[in-house]
Design a binder for this molecule. Structure first.
Ligand code: HEC
Ligand code: HEC
Length: 150
C-alpha cells in the first residue's frame, strides 16, 4: 500500500512539507530584536511573553502600572522600565487583533488566544492545567524558546 504513488505523495506532504510550514509559523512570533533587560526583568515570575503577542499600546499600558501588576508589585527603576517599555513598543503587534478587553491587557484573554487554545482551555476548566499563563506547561523546549526568541 505504501508503495502506491498516492501514498508516497501523502508521505512527502507529512515528512517534508509540514515541518517547514510549522517552522515558518513559529518564526512569526519571534522578536526581531532582543533586549537583555526585558529578558531578565520580565521572566522572574512567568516567561518573558513574546512582544508580538500584544499591541504596542497594551504593552505601554502594562508598563505604566507595574506597581499594580495583576495583583503583585513588579515595579522597576524608571530607567529600566523606560528601556523595556520602548523595546515592547517597537516590537509589539501592529494589529488590534491581539488586543484584549480586560482592564489590564492580557494575552490569555484575547480572542485569537481562545481560538488557538480551545483544547487547552478545556483542560484548564477541568483543572488539568493550573494556569493558562504558564505557557511552558505546554510549549516545551525548542517550541517556547523559538516563541520567545532565545
Ligand atoms: C513579581 C512577579 C512579576 C514580574 C517581575 C513580572 N510579572 Fe507579569 N505577571 C505576574 C503575575 C502574578 C501575573 C498574573 C498571572 C496569572 O494571572 O496567573 C502576570 C501577568 C502578566 C501578563 C498577562 C498574562 C496573560 O494572562 O496573558 C503580562 C502580559 C505580563 N505579566 C507582562 C510582564 C512584563 C512585560 C514584565 C516585565 C516588565 C513582567 N510581567 C514582570 C507577575 C510578574
Ligand atoms: C494547556 C496547554 C497550553 C498552554 C498553557 C498554552 N498553550 Fe499555546 N498552544 C497550545 C496548543 C495545543 C497550541 C496549538 C493550537 C493549534 O495549532 O491550533 C497552541 C498554540 C499557540 C500559539 C499559536 C502558534 C501558531 O504558530 O499558530 C501561540 C502563539 C501560543 N500558543 C502562545 C501561547 C502563550 C504565549 C501561552 C502562555 C501565555 C500559551 N500559548 C499557553 C497549548 C497551550
Amino acid at each position: 500500500m505504501i508503495y502506491s504513488p498516492s501514498a508516497w505523495r501523502y508521505l512527502f506532504l507529512f515528512v517534508v512539507v509540514l515541518p517547514f510550514a510549522v517552522a515558518a509559523r513559529e518564526d512569526a512570533w519571534q522578536p526581531r530584536e532582543d533586549n537583555a533587560a526585558w529578558r531578565v526583568e520580565c521572566s522572574g515570575c512567568h516567561i518573558a511573553f513574546p512582544p508580538a503577542l500584544l499591541p504596542a499600546d497594551d504593552w505601554l499600558d502594562i508598563m505604566s502600572r507595574l506597581d499594580k501588576h495583576y495583583g503583585v508589585d513588579a515595579s522597576l527603576e524608571p530607567k529600566l522600565s523606560r528601556e523595556i517599555a520602548a523595546y515592547l513598543e517597537r516590537n509589539g503587534a501592529r494589529s488590534r487583533m491581539f488586543g484584549s478587553r480586560e482592564e489590564i491587557p492580557r494575552i490569555t484573554t484575547a480572542d485569537w488566544f481562545a481560538g488557538k487554545h480551545q483544547g487547552a482551555i478545556r483542560l484548564w476548566r477541568k483543572g488539568k492545567v493550573k494556569s493558562l499563563v504558564d505557557c511552558a506547561a505546554c510549549h516545551k523546549g525548542p517550541d517556547i524558546e523559538k516563541m520567545i526568541g532565545k
